[in-house]
Design a protein around this ligand. Structure first.
Ligand code: PLP
Length: 397
């Protein structure tokens, strides 16, 4: 079948897509309309934590579809309750609101912080966020983001998001004023090119927020659910946020995200928050299947192990071709290429049957399935090696 068989023009043109239509996925692999196979190190942007179409999620959804798809968010359902209980136990936070995507979870976090400010901090509403941050594509989350490309879009922005610099505590302190209610950040800025907040910076932010009576909001939409080798990134650091957002891996590929809060921070009144599909048992069943898999003994240990293998193979390439640093944690990593050739390398990888993401002109991002094999890491590194070798006109050993 050729691409002409597909009426691609029926979809809104919101990004440049390759002339390929994906029709099947399994584990670390995708197949396109011509039957060509691709090794996937994008996985829906760190979404498919158990790989493509895992049996655990397929079974959970098909069974749940026969029981109950949605009774309405105005009623309790057993699956949402079970998932909320699991998440509160795992996270140490007290209450959960389920959403359909990460942006909606962050929008909820922003509303929750503003509500907290209205009730407890004399109407304080400002949330300090960071240059380079990415929190989603609703108007408020774009305003909270610190992405350069968003700066001139959809003006006027939602006010109340002064920007500090990542890993620069003094810049955060300068932003604190009488209207500040919270500090919000990703433990690792994924879209910015996998830029980690240092553990010490995260601990300092926790102390600073406690000292000033502010809320600490962690956006773990990309780093949560085992991606960095712990269920939540903040476990590496030994802190706990007041508000936490999860998405991506939580549904393992289906639209499911969550806003969690401590009892003290959870201050919505009836009517403040809601949504037709929120907490529907069909998606929550997928969430339960994901948590069962990721909570299994040795699962997180194997993410750490595979992460170390990935780091080692990227470091080898970096050394061989005199590239930049390898950054990240667990199975969220980046390779700095030292030159603005990432899009070109990703396009060549695509031709060679490897999906890679280029979040910055000089950076490749790696966010494979958490269940990938050592062999798949080696296959990826071999393809990348060949591409980099050709670009340099032969390997420099
Ligand atoms: N926050 C972070 C850290 C993300 O990486 C993303 C998506 O890439 C979002 C929020 C937005 O999530 P979604 O695309 O599900 O709305």
């Amino acid at each position: 079948m050729t691409l002409h068989n597909y009426a691609t023009q029926a979809l809104m043109e919101i990004t440049a897509r390759p002339a390929t239509v994906f029709v099947k996925g399994e584990g670390s692999w995708l197949w396109d309309h011509r039957g060509k196979r691709y090794l996937d190190f994008v996985q829906g942007w760190a979404v498919n934590c158990l790989g493509h179409s895992p049996m655990a999620i397929a079974d959970a959804i098909s069974q749940q579809a026969r029981e109950l798809i949605t009774p309405s968010p105005a009623y309790y359902n057993d699956i949402a309750i079970a998932l909320a209980v699991k998440l509160t136990k795992l996270s140490g936070l007290d209450e959960v609101f389920f959403t359909n995507c990460g942006a909606e979870a962050n929008e909820g976090a922003i509303k929750l912080a503003r509500k907290y400010g209205a009730l407890n901090c004399d109407g304080a509403y400002e949330i300090i966020t960071f240059d380079g941050a990415f929190h989603g594509r609703t108007l408020a989350t774009m305003s909270a983001s610190g992405k350069k490309a968003f700066e001139l879009l959809f003006e006027p922005k939602v006010p109340g998001f002064p920007k500090a610099r990542l890993n620069d505590l003094a810049s955060v302190k300068r932003c604190i004023g009488p209207k500040t209610v919270a500090i919000m950040l990703e433990p690792i800025q994924g879209e910015a090119g996998v830029l980690p907040a240092t553990d010490q910076f995260l601990r300092d932010l926790r102390s600073l927020t406690k000292e000033h009576g502010l809320l600490l909001i962690l956006d773990e939409i990309q780093t949560g659910i085992g991606r960095t080798g712990k269920m939540f990134h903040y476990e590496h650091v030994g802190i706990k946020p007041d508000i936490l957002t999860l998405g991506k891996g939580l549904g393992g590929g289906v639209p499911l995200a969550a806003l969690l809060a401590t009892e003290a921070a959870s201050s919505f009144a009836h009517g403040d928050q809601g949504g037709t599909f929120n907490g529907n048992p069909l998606m929550c069943a997928a969430g339960l299947a994901v948590l069962a898999a990721v909570s299994r003994k040795d699962f997180l240990g194997s993410v750490t192990e595979k992460g170390e293998m990935l780091t080692a193979s990227l470091a080898k390439l970096a050394k061989r071709y005199r590239l930049g640093e390898v950054r990240g944690r667990g199975l969220l990593q980046a390779l700095a290429l030292g030159k603005p050739v990432a899009a070109e390398v990703a396009a060549k990888a695509f031709e060679a049957g490897l999906l890679l993401n280029a979040p910055r002109p000089d950076t490749l991002r790696f966010m494979p399935s958490l269940t990938l094999t050592q062999g798949e890491i080696e296959q990826m590194a071999a393809i990348l090696d060949e591409i980099l070798g050709k670009a340099k006109g032969g390997a420099q050993h």
